[in-house]
Design a protein around this ligand. Structure first.
Ligand code: KG4
Ligand code: ZN
Length: 356
C-alpha cells in the first residue's frame, strides 16, 4: 500500500488515556487506547498517577499501534503529539516520548491542540465533515461553541463561564453515588428514570438575550450542579430511609435533560445566527445518546449533524494523527524546543468581541 506522504504516528497523553495511532490519508491503520482505571478509586483524575501511568505504558501502546498498522518506524512521515491543553505532567510524558522517538529517525514532529484534534476526529469517519460548520466541543475540561468558515479559522461564539459540561456530569454523578467517569453512568441511570418529576433550571437561556449579548451563546453549569445537590439533599431528607433508587434515576434523567436542552438550544442559536446548518460535535460528552438524538432532530430537515463514533469521541490518538497529517501537509512542523502547555490557546480561534 502506498500513501501520499506516508503514515503519521499520533500520540495522546493529555489526561487519563494513553493512546497511539497510525493514520494515513485519513485512514486509521492502527490504534490503541489505554484508559487508566487507577483513578476510579479517587473519584477523579489524579495528575501524578496519570503521568506515572503514561510513562509505564507508552512504549507498549505505541508498539501496539505500529504493529496493528504493519508499519515500521522508518516508514513514517512524521509524529503528531498533543502539546496542550491538559495536565502538564501527563502532556510532558507524551511530548518527550515523541521527541525521543522522532529525533534519531529524522522525523518531523508537530504539536497539536487537544480540542482542535477533537474537531478533526469527525474527518476520520465522514468526508462531509468539512467547513463551513458550527462546532460544539464538549469534554471534561472545555465547552466551546464556534463557527468555522475554514479549517484553522475558528470564530468563538460561546464558552462556559465556569464548569465544563463533562465536569458537571462527573460531579453530579458523584453526588448521586455513581462512579467515575460520571457521564456514561448518568446516561445509563437516566434510562430508567423520567425527566420532569423533579424540575431543574436551564441556565443561560433567557429569552431577553440576543446574538449581541455574550450570554446568548455562553454556558454555565456550576449553578445547575448546585441545584442538583440541593435537590438531592431535599429528596434524601424526605425519603427518610425509603428506597431512593427510582428518585435517583429521575434526578439523573432531569439533569441530563436540562444539560441537553441547553446544549441543543445554544447550538441552534449558533446555526440560526451563522446560517450554517452543518454541525460538528466533538469531545467525550459527544458520546451522549440523547444529545446526539436531539441535535439530529433539531437539524431536520435542512441541516446535518456529524458526530464521531464513541471510540473517537473520547480521548484518542487517531484524532491527533489526523490533525498532524493536515499540519504536515501544510508544511508545518515544530522544533525540539516544542514544550507542553497546560493552557495552550486554540490556534486560529478568534474571540467573539473581535469578530463583531
Ligand atoms: O474528551 P474527553 O475524553 O476528555 C477530556 O478531554 O476531558 O471527555 C471526558 C468527559 C468526562 O467528563 C465524561 O464524563 C464525559 O466526557 N462523557 C460523557 C459520556 N461519556 C463520556 N458525558 C455524558 N454522556 C456520556 N455518555
Ligand atoms: Zn478530550
Amino acid at each position: 500500500m502506498s500513501f501520499r506522504g506516508g503514515p503519521v504516528l499520533g500520540i495522546e497523553s493529555s489526561c487519563d488515556e494513553t493512546s497511539a495511532a497510525v493514520v494515513a490519508d485519513g485512514e486509521v491503520l492502527g490504534h490503541v487506547i489505554l484508559s487508566q482505571d487507577a483513578h476510579a478509586l479517587y473519584g477523579g483524575v489524579v495528575p501524578e498517577i496519570a503521568a506515572r501511568q503514561h510513562l509505564a505504558h507508552i512504549d507498549g501502546v505505541v508498539a501496539g499501534a505500529l504493529e496493528e498498522a504493519g508499519i515500521e518506524p522508518k516508514d513514517l512521515r512524521g509524529v503528531g503529539v498533543t502539546a496542550g491543553p491538559g495536565l502538564v505532567g501527563a502532556l510532558l510524558v507524551g511530548l518527550n516520548w515523541a521527541k525521543g522517538f522522532a529525533y534519531p529517525l529524522g522525523l518531523p514532529i508537530v504539536g497539536v491542540h487537544h480540542m482542535e484534534a477533537h474537531l478533526y476526529a469527525n474527518s476520520l469517519e465522514s468526508s462531509g465533515a468539512t467547513p463551513p460548520f458550527v462546532a460544539l466541543l464538549v469534554s471534561g475540561g472545555h465547552t466551546l461553541l464556534l463557527h468555522a468558515p475554514r479549517w484553522g479559522e475558528y470564530r468563538l461564539l460561546g464558552a462556559t463561564r465556569d464548569d465544563a459540561v463533562g465536569e458537571a456530569f462527573d460531579k453530579v454523578a458523584r453526588r448521586l453515588g455513581l462512579g467515575f467517569p460520571g457521564g456514561p453512568q448518568i446516561e445509563k441511570l437516566a434510562r430508567r428514570g423520567k425527566a420532569g418529576r423533579y424540575r431543574l433550571p436551564r441556565p443561560m437561556l433567557s429569552k431577553r438575550d440576543g446574538p449581541r449579548d455574550a450570554a446568548y451563546f455562553d454556558f454555565s453549569f456550576s449553578g445547575l450542579k448546585t441545584a442538583v445537590s440541593l435537590l438531592v439533599a431535599e429528596v434524601e431528607a424526605n425519603a427518610a430511609g425509603t428506597d431512593m433508587e427510582a428518585s435517583r434515576a429521575d434526578l439523573a434523567a432531569e439533569f441530563q435533560e436540562a444539560v441537553v436542552d441547553v446544549l441543543v438550544a445554544k447550538t441552534m442559536r449558533a446555526v440560526e445566527h451563522t446560517g450554517c446548518r452543518r454541525v460538528l460535535l466533538g469531545g467525550g460528552v459527544a458520546r451522549n445518546g440523547p444529545l446526539r438524538e436531539r441535535l439530529t432532530e433539531a437539524l431536520v430537515p435542512t441541516g446535518e449533524l456529524f458526530a464521531p463514533s464513541p471510540r473517537l469521541s473520547t480521548d484518542n490518538a487517531a484524532m491527533v494523527a489526523r490533525l498532524a497529517e493536515h499540519r504536515l501537509t501544510a508544511g508545518e512542523a515544530h522544533g525540539l524546543d516544542l514544550n507542553a502547555d497546560p493552557g495552550l490557546s486554540f490556534p486560529g480561534l478568534v474571540d467573539r468581541e473581535r469578530t463583531e
